[in-house]
Design a protein around this ligand. Structure first.
Ligand code: ATP
Ligand code: MG
Length: 316
């Protein structure tokens, strides 16, 4: 089964629908290379667990500090495997109808009106038939989980699962155990190939053991200095090598030596490098660093602490 809503990318998948395995990726190193080709630089641990998740057909649960590339991994994986990515953004109060499917009520009403109008022309109306016609495919609104089951091979990114509540987690666990859903009025939809599932969490609460058991797990650390420089170079090739190195080094010193309410993630490193580049800078100096701190620190207390020790943080 295929959904036209799902695919926005090159439709040629590298996942093999017949076996459910992902072909073309034969090792963790190969996966790292394929991800790097999309601009995503995974460390060895992430490449290994990602590769195993593909081989074993298991969901991958990623936790880590904000801005460490959890969401981006899902996007990069889809791009690397050339399959569509379908994203389910979780939030407080999300329920199955927002994740799975809904009926297009306004269109169903319009349909009923049309049937009513036609009544003057037709002698007898079969009420059951009219009722059945209301639950036709064309009135079914596929939400991300259903969309992913239909579009698979695909990546289903369940982003920020920790924001959803327990019941939603239980619902998800059921879907991830069977890769099928039953819609009472419609029937059962089963994925021909299980989708590649990436779940992310910022650990605002613990994900339950039952769901964890189903998944392979990886905690994404902030990248080491050399890799962060490479990430800046890969995401922002227009930024000078010297600026990329200075920005990454300064961010590392902030994380390691200043007691911050919110240590900057990779996104902030990228924002800072971009801001400096926009100002026409090829190098980082204390004055410009002080003037652009708002792109890297988002708490007043953090900015004050860093501003006091900028000389040291810039290594000058
Ligand atoms: N290893 C990496 N390689 C390339 N880009 C990366 C990497 N890690 C992070 N990034 C970039 O950093 C930015 C932040 O990443 P992302 O949004 O995926 O973080 P996150 O962990 O999902 O954060 P949050 O918890 O706030 O949602 C993105 O622009 C992403 O492309
Ligand atoms: Mg994210």
């Amino acid at each position: 089964m295929h959904s036209d809503r799902a695919s926005t990318r090159d439709p040629e998948p590298t996942a093999d629908p017949a076996t459910g395995t992902t072909t073309g990726v034969e090792s963790a190193e190969q996966l790292a290379e394929a991800l790097a080709a999309t601009g995503y630089l995974a460390d060895d641990g992430l490449a290994m667990v990602g590769y195993l998740a593909l081989r074993m057909n298991r969901p991958l649960l990623l936790e880590g500090e904000p801005g460490t590339g959890k969401t981006a991994l899902g996007e990069a994986l889809a791009e690397a495997l050339r399959v569509p990515m379908i994203r389910l953004q979780c939030y407080e109060g999300i329920d199955a109808s927002q994740a799975l499917y809904d009926w297009d009520f306004p269109r169903q009403i319009l349909h009923l009106r049309a049937v009513e109008a036609a009544r003057s022309l037709v002698e007898e109306i079969d009420v059951e038939e009219v009722e059945r016609s209301l639950f036709d495919e064309r009135f079914l609104l596929a939400r991300p989980v259903l969309e992913a089951l239909r579009a698979s091979p695909a990546v289903l990114l369940v982003d920020e699962i920790d924001r959803a509540d327990d019941e939603f987690e239980a619902f998800l666990l059921e879907v991830l155990s069977t890769y099928q859903v039953t819609i009472p009025e419609f029937g059962t939809v089963r994925a021909a190939t299980p989708p590649i599932v990436v779940l992310t969490s910022n650990r605002t609460r613990e994900v339950h053991d039952a769901l964890k058991r189903r998944c392979l797990y990886h905690w994404i650390e902030h990248p080491g200095l050399a890799r962060e420089v490479r990430i800046v170079r890969s995401r922002l090739p227009e930024v000078s090598a010297r600026l990329a190195e200075q920005v990454a080094a300064a961010v590392h010193r902030m994380r390691d030596t200043v007691d911050l309410l919110k240590p900057p993630g990779v996104s902030e490193t990228l924002d800072w490098a971009r801001a400096l580049h926009e100002l026409g800078k090829w190098e980082l100096d204390v004055g410009t660093a002080a003037a652009t701190l708002g792109s890297v620190l988002k708490y007043r207390e953090d900015a004050e602490r860093v501003r006091d020790s900028l000389d040291r943080l810039l290594g000058s």
